[in-house]
Design a protein around this ligand. Structure first.
Ligand code: AVJ
Ligand code: FE
Length: 442
């Protein structure tokens, strides 16, 4: 397909950058200076670090690399280099105070929009199709998700609110699982203009026939595992998961507690009863893996997840999203912090895959059984520290995005990764099982 004309690319890049900044402002304007500079959890940076880091990345890529500008404040680069200082140390660094961090990010943005105005969107891999602008919009949105995690971890009254998602449409009960036939499909992409390096290149892979849950696993289902003694039974747990569980005295998903015979959870400063029909949230890979084993099932591989999300059996093509190639709308998926929670299981019928799998995009990041590996033919671009330095089995891949991620940083090929113990992230899962011999063979 021919690249869209420059005015379309410019419009697209501008909209993505503006939307990201609107969200960043919302996340950083709703708390006071003390809260911006405080460390709400050793797992997270102070919000004011994310803010200036967003500006610093934008300066490095849009102003220096694309625009050829000299550095504005070269001396602050090391402060905002995620590899120089672990998150727990960041509050003790001489960070820009809130007003200066805001001013810096705004100054960079002003100049970046001038670079965008003059860009021809071709000539170098960074500028082709506006890649660098798309990458920076995605980077900011990823940090907006990170900042939302910080909001979830912070104590005190709610600083953010959003309307709840609509209840799922009435209709016949959905089948619990969907059969995905055996065979090849195209995984990854060589054509998605703003796909990041780890999503590339497109390559053919094959799977056996398997069953995949129609929706993510719900709180209600997870509670049956928990209440049947699932956390005490070593049969269900990966040995390292069991050790971690005992050391950390983990007995339920993060933010849950039991009170007066009811399960409650804290969500953005409000305590509420755990809703049974909503996808389970804030579980580690170990918890997801244990649930699946208890249920007589397993986590899907990354390949199985992507095949369910992209393979159209009617055409043999891989689409950008489960519903086709069109950009997500509010009718397709729960994305972009429009709601501050996952939507009930069975929501978004317009977002279903050709085989009928629901809610693959948005709601909760879905753990897969796979480690984070490069695709055959992978080339780091534009910097090794985005993906390459993380490749290996110690990270597990998550797919599909959550309610907290914007559409610009979410698609059928998008890959996220984290340690298997992590659960402050907006993580959930669905389960799979092999089909019986003869099932799902064309
Ligand atoms: C892809 C979500 C794992 O937050 O560490 C942000 C994204 N990379 N800045 C992260 C990222 C550089 C990354 N994850
Ligand atoms: Fe970053």
């Amino acid at each position: 397909a021919a690249a869209p004309p420059p005015e379309v690319l410019r419009e697209r890049a501008l909209a993505a950058l503006l939307r990201a900044r609107e969200r960043t402002s919302l996340l950083t304007d709703c708390v006071d200076e003390r809260e911006l500079t405080a460390q709400h959890s050793p797992l997270m940076s102070p919000l004011v670090w994310d803010l200036a880091h967003i500006g610093n990345q934008e300066e490095q890529w849009l102003l220096r690399a694309v625009g050829g500008h000299d550095p504005i404040h070269p001396e602050i680069d090391p402060l905002y280099d995620a590899f120089e200082h672990p998150r727990a140390e960041r509050p003790s660094l001489p960070l820009l105070p809130p007003a200066e961090a805001r001013r810096y990010a705004a100054e960079v943005r002003g100049r970046a929009l001038d670079v965008l105005e003059r860009s021809a969107f071709r000539g170098t891999p960074l500028t082709d199709a506006g890649f660098a602008f798309g990458m920076i919009a995605q980077h900011e949105q990823q940090h907006d998700e990170t900042m939302l995690i910080t909001h979830q971890l912070r104590r005190g009254e709610a600083a953010l609110t959003a309307p709840d998602p609509a209840p799922p449409p009435e209709g016949p009960e959905l089948p619990g699982e969907v059969l995905v036939p055996a065979g090849e499909f195209t995984m990854g992409t060589s054509t998605e203009p703003w796909a990041l390096d780890n999503e590339r290149p497109a390559h053919r892979v094959s799977t056996g026939a398997y069953y995949l849950d129609t929706t993510p696993v719900t709180n209600g289902a997870y509670l049956r595992f928990l209440e049947s003694g699932g956390y005490e039974d070593p049969r269900w747990w990966h040995p390292e998961g069991l050790l971690h569980l005992r050391r950390q005295q983990i007995t339920a998903p993060l933010f849950w507690r039991r009170e007066g015979g009811r399960w409650l959870r804290r969500r953005f400063g409000v305590t509420e009863e755990v809703p049974p029909n909503e996808p389970v949230l804030h579980v580690s890979w170990y918890e997801a893996d244990a649930y699946a084993r208890w249920a007589g099932r397993r986590l899907p591989t990354e390949r199985e997840w992507e095949k369910a999300a992209r393979h159209d059996p009617a055409t043999g093509r891989s689409t950008r999203f489960p519903w086709g190639d069109a950009e997500p709308t509010a009718e397709h998926a729960n994305l972009g912090q429009r709601h501050l929670r996952p939507a009930p299981a069975g929501s978004y019928p317009k977002g279903r895959s050709p085989l009928g799998v629901r809610q693959l995009i948005g709601d909760v990041w879905e753990w897969t059984s796979s480690g984070f590996d490069p695709y055959p033919g992978f080339a780091a671009f534009p910097y090794r520290e985005y993906s390459e330095v993380f490749f290996g089995p110690e990270y597990k891949v998550l797919r599909g995005g959550s309610f907290a991620v914007d559409a610009v940083a979410c698609r059928g090929t998008f890959r996220n990764w984290d340690y298997p113990v992590r659960r402050q992230i907006f993580s959930g899962f669905r389960t799979a099982r092999d089909a019986a011999p003869g099932e799902g063979i064309a």
